[in-house]
Design a protein around this ligand. Sequence first.
Ligand code: ZN
Ligand code: MN
Length: 448
Amino acid sequence: MTYQPIIGVEVHIELATNSKMFCGCPADYFGKEPNTNTCPVCLGLPGALPVPNKKAVEWTILLGLALNCQINKDSKFDRKNYFYPDLPKGYQISQYDQPLCYEGRVMVGDKEIRITRVHLEEDTGKLQHTEIGGEKVSLVDFNRSGVPLVEVVTEPDFRTIEEVDLFLKKLQRIVRYLGISSADMEKGSMRLEPSISITNQLTTDYRLQPLPKYRVELKNINSFRFARKALEYETKRQTELLEKGETPTQQTRGWSEDKSATVPQREKEEANDYRYFAEPDIPPMSFTDDQISQIRSHLPELPEAKSLRLQAEYNLTPNNADILNEDRLTADYFEEAVRVSRQIPEVENPDLVKEIANWIINKKVDIQNTVPGELIKQLLQTKSTSQVNRSELEEIIDKVLRENPQAVADYKNGRKAAIGLLIGAVLKIIKANPQTITEIIQSKLEVQ
Ligand code: ZN
Ligand code: MN
């Protein structure tokens, strides 16, 4: 019998706003002393009132638009009730039946992945399980409590782990492009929760495939690699159960890197266990068409469109366009460098664009500290060196070696650093590529 995984994902992304979701505390809690980044609102003290962060709402809509979602003109916050020590109020302010964004779609290769919803909520505190004086304790740090958190939920449209991987990477790149989050999984600002079940009821249209009666949710996976491993493990585990005629239990599991296995965490609550109801302390939100187009006008050119344009406009290979476009800064830097190079009248070189691209890719240019103009200067200098008459350069080097016998002797006696003095002496006479000079000097001193 043929079995097939059916996978959907939920992704939580912390927004990089200045302040938290419902109070004025800084949203950036990373590395801070526990419980120093809090106030009565994010500690859930009685009487404290939440005030929504406008930027977080706009950024959530921006992400929704980037994922081709519909925007709810009438939206609201709801209370999601559950008891857990990292949640001081006993409920999380989230969104239930009127999320900011719904019914989006993202292409993964040729396949459309449907986005169920994109909603906004608050992050919880963080538990630390440790030992004090030989006693096992759980400590709570509320620094993260109330940080704006966007949740992206897909339909169960994935049929291979490869599709999931491509989607997650694409989502991360879009989020970074929008500049709304670092989406850094090591720091927990992007967290993955795939759900997986296995079926043997195959259909031609994945959208019409009947869903199994159970699903296993994988919680708080903090790297793409762990997501892949956990999904591979679950595919195997669940298929084996089905082959024995058993049905896997509906539950939540986590990935244990030590055991190289998923481990059960808890049986899954049903949605109505959360007793959702409208948050009475925050008025509902409504958006006009104008407000939504205003937000849409902040949408930058998105990664895939940009890769295609880079290929077309600069005649780059798909692979090079993609490497340059790994992040928005590098892609912008490349385009700026090309623009600068075109302003230099004496540069008449049809290959220059390709060379700029190769230079940025292969030399790993430090784009934070090298302005594009400087890059072009370096590139042209190197090129002119290669055109300097090689024999002329060798003559100069021979002369320098004759005039600096001590440095030559030092080098030959193993003080390799002495080569620096020789290179310096050559550069005083001729502007040439230090790398080329080094190679020539080395070859001469090796044979002498
Ligand atoms: Zn606060
Ligand atoms: Mn959530």
